[in-house]
Design a protein around this ligand. Sequence first.
Ligand code: BES
Ligand code: ZN
Length: 617
Amino acid sequence: MKKAFILAVSCICILTSCEQPKEKKITNKYTEEPHSFAQPNNAIITHLDLNIDVNFNTHVISGTATYNIVNNGATEIILDAKHLDISEVKADGKETTFTLGDMDEQLGQPLTIVIKETTKKIAITYKTTSKTEALQWLNAQQTADKTHPFLFTQGQAILTRTWIPIQDSPQIRITYNATVKVPSDLMAVMSAENPKKKTADGIYNFKMVQPIPAYLIALAIGDIEYKAISDRTGVYAEKSMIDKVFHEFSDMEKMVLAAEKLYGAYDWEQFDVIVLPPSFPFGGMENPRLTFATPTVIAGDKSLTSLVAHELAHSWSGNLVTNATWNDFWLNEGFTVYFEIRIMEALYGKERANMLALIGRQDLDEELESLKDTPNDTKLKLDLKGRSPDDGMNSIAYDEGYLFLRTLEEKVGRKKMDAFLKSYFKKNAFSTTNTEDFITYLNTNLLEKNDITFNTKEWIYEPGVPDNAAIIQSDAFSSVEKILQTFIDTKTIDSTSTNRWTPQEWVHFVRNFPEDIKIEQMQQLDDTFNFTESTNSYISMVWYEQSILNGYHGNKVDSKISEFLNTVGRRWYVTTLFKAFKKADRIDEGLTIYKTARPNYHSVTTNTVDALLGYNI
Ligand code: BES
Ligand code: ZN
């Protein structure tokens, strides 16, 4: 009976759509979104043809963005634009009227284009300006090889609108083709099907057939090379880095296999990583088919490759199933940290996974402490209306999101958890989900089905971490804590117990110095273990943080800190150190370094550090 009814309804639907073969119509499926001017329920873009010229002399990208659109009967279509110089807009080949609305400091301007009901394509001719926030133009000195300039983009969360006029909402997915003209001694790569060699004329044609939200459109241009790891994985880097990068990431295919075994087929065909110059503001960015990564993870011993597992995991959580709004950011990052740690466990075992989870737990506790006066910011589901999406990009989404899923896993058991997550990714593939739809899906497909009760709403809508949070245990870290305590009590350290420590154990050791550690003790540790000269960027970072906080100046650490901050632009590292200067009441020293380092940073990093140090240009 029920089946017959569904059949009848769908027949009617087929018939009515046959009567009006015009075009697929938009249903009112898009939710209100605070960080885009687009009105996708009225008119929406579905495909982009980008044709641009990249000028390294003037630092300008210029060209045309042509969109296929679906119009729901509207007389205008609204895109997002910020600091773009728009000269002409055409609708189906004919010039049309457009307006740029008032400038909002966060969001930019609504670009309103007059269209007809029948309009199929709009074409926007434009140029980027010096105020573009997505692009970082680097001179040769700022690269690894120091011979050629470099350019990369960073789209997440709402920066793509500063280099392409676009409906810049995570809810709106498009496919794209691009033709990019660059100087012929450089190679261009995108979050798309990519070249493996330079072309003679500097013209590159790209195709991205899987639909993606605007924040995942990405471009990098430099004197780079490619080296394949397997049929579908490989690395791009500058010449002087390529072999190191290849070695560091040689487990990539194994990671993809482990991920597929957990949550289903990798749907993007190719998984490559490009290692960028050190000013890249993130550890990694999950641009589809081509993750962008910081060179600070090239440690020589594969110790920091959980970053690759993380960005790979986004191929499911984030890129395949995308957060509907930036208020649902935890759906992207919390799930990704959970998945990352599962991949790391599959490759390297439980102990390594638990160390990562415990580092995250300590990050979370520190974040909770720093947000104690704004408890609403410690909820998984955020309300960022009127604020920058960046305000929600902290350890809450990542590590509290992780803890929620780990606690859930411990409650329901791994088998059920994995079946549930696999079905969640399959059901929502190439689309968007929000927190509320996730809760409904969880209730129906995991909890009610198995007669399990869980305090989901408390986890998601209440501040802080609920009492039932999973307890994470690492024997390795317990032993590190004991050795540290013995050192503090007796000033002796038995190096036979530390000589097989992994960088994660060293990080745990350094991060957990007591607040009143003595300068002589820091000196003793530095003389014994050579922290100031560490070649592992993570250990360096936490050691420099402790040095700043505790006023330790031995073994030339001050010049090392200055050198580090002048070359590395990874926001997490940089802000940790500037925060330490502030906390230690040494803000003037921080500012002196910042003045010379700032020109090396991407806007993502300068925005954060300017606010932190109260810096006005
Ligand atoms: N997607 C994020 C980076 C991001 C977040 C960019 C928000 C812009 C806005 C990426 O996947 C990420 O989480 N990177 C981390 C890696 C780490 C958690 C392994 C980073 O950059 O530190
Ligand atoms: Zn991430």
